[in-house]
Design a protein around this ligand. Sequence first.
Ligand code: ADP
Ligand code: MG
Length: 505
Amino acid sequence: MKTSLQVLIVEDSEDDTRLVVEALEERGYQPTYQRVETPEEMKEALLKKRWDVILADYFMPRFDALKAMRLMKDAGLDLPFIIISGSIGEEIAVAAMKAGAHDYMMKDNLSRLSPAIERERQEAVRRSEHRQAEFALQQSEERFRQLAESIEQVFWMKTFATNKVMYVSPSYERIWGRNRRELFENPESFIEWIYPDDRDRVIAALKKLPSQFYDLEYRIFHPDGSVRWIRDRAFPTRNERGEIYRISGITDDVTEQKRADEKLKASRQQLRDLAARLDSIREKERTWIAREIHDELGQLFTGIKYELCHLQKGLSKSEGHRTEDKPALGEKIKSTLDLVDAAIKSVQKIATELRPGILDELGLLAAIRWQTSEFQKRTGLVCRFRSEIQTIPLDRDRTTAVFRIFQEIMTNVARHAGATHVQIQIKEKSGHLQIDVKDNGRGITPEEMADPKSLGLLGIRERMLLLAGETEINGVPQKGTHVRLKIPLQEAEGASVNAALRVKD
Ligand SMILES: Nc1ncnc2c1ncn2[C@@H]1O[C@H](COP(=O)(O)OP(=O)(O)O)[C@@H](O)[C@H]1O
Ligand SMILES: [Mg+2]
């Protein structure tokens, strides 16, 4: 089978053209050719179609091979270009090759034509592939640069074995306020600008880098005198044998974020302190009101009761009234006495609900026990109370806090659980007071626990934080909810737990 070949022949002679074409045919080609003899013709031919090879005569009346070659290059083409000349000296031939011709041969000896075309076509394919690869590389480098140089973060790359800096993006100069050249010259120079307290940490993390993920925050000195927070992350790149040969990293200026975090933390702490203070004030007020109601109103009602009793006795002895009125008056006094008894009970109940006296008189354990039996009476739920300890050694403020938390937990059981049984267990475990409340209701869900609107739970957690304690809440669907509180019995070192809970008298 013959190989088809698109040949552009730059030649003024028809005869010579035929000669070349015949030579090609003899050597197994099926050439399709066009002969051009002026630059205009050649330009048009180059535009019109794709050529496999250009064969050019050296001298022509209105054109020559060197010009033709330039024309091809100007058209952005890189085709096999072979000079075929009637007579060409060695020197001219060498100059033509230097100018970019791929080969040259004499018209009377075209034996090399076919192998030259074959070779040059392969060469042209190779050159084109190479150009494409170069172009792709350039494009990908361009994309990399665009990305690396437009991001706010610093992107960097180091060789692994020799610890040479391969690349650092320009953001380095803005964030660190230093020249990138320093880093290329001395890869360790960035360490000098790290805050002294943080330096060892960074060095240690860098040493462990390939085996451990590197992600850390540290401070640096900026030449403008400020201290900045940096977040640095790095990851290894491996070759096909799995060996690490490069480390790449991303470095971020997180100063603003840090500041915002600190502010947020501080303001949360302030809120917590404020809430604790309000709690404490409220507790004091409750105690005061409970006492006033109990003592003042209680005494008043007792006084009224005494007077009424007196009246009742006097009535039965008195002569001054018409006898038929006596029974009616006696009834009135009796029903008023019943009302006064109810009022006395009510006063006691209100005072107790405001702040159970038992809390101050008998302590937390008794108060929880009492609250449990009240709960059972009020809700009809079966409560089981068990304590492994006889007393709970907590001061007044903590006692109150734990009691209020316990009340909230029990209220939740009554309101949300749909339970029939509740178990309350109290014990001491490794220096902690542990209170467990388990119900057999529907079980709290993770969503309910995480819901920011769950203010009751938030209150529990916040109070527990002030006590330096831990809260665990677990729900199992249709099995129930388990709340566990762990409160350190000894005040944690340095914790201003009580200070926050207490209000100065
Ligand atoms: N023991 C429980 N069993 C089932 N669900 C509960 C229990 N305790 C709390 N929950 C759920 O968690 C939510 C949040 O509780 P809480 O913060 O105390 O808010 P509130 O009691 O005001 O609704 C409740 O609305 C309820 O849906
Ligand atoms: Mg609640």
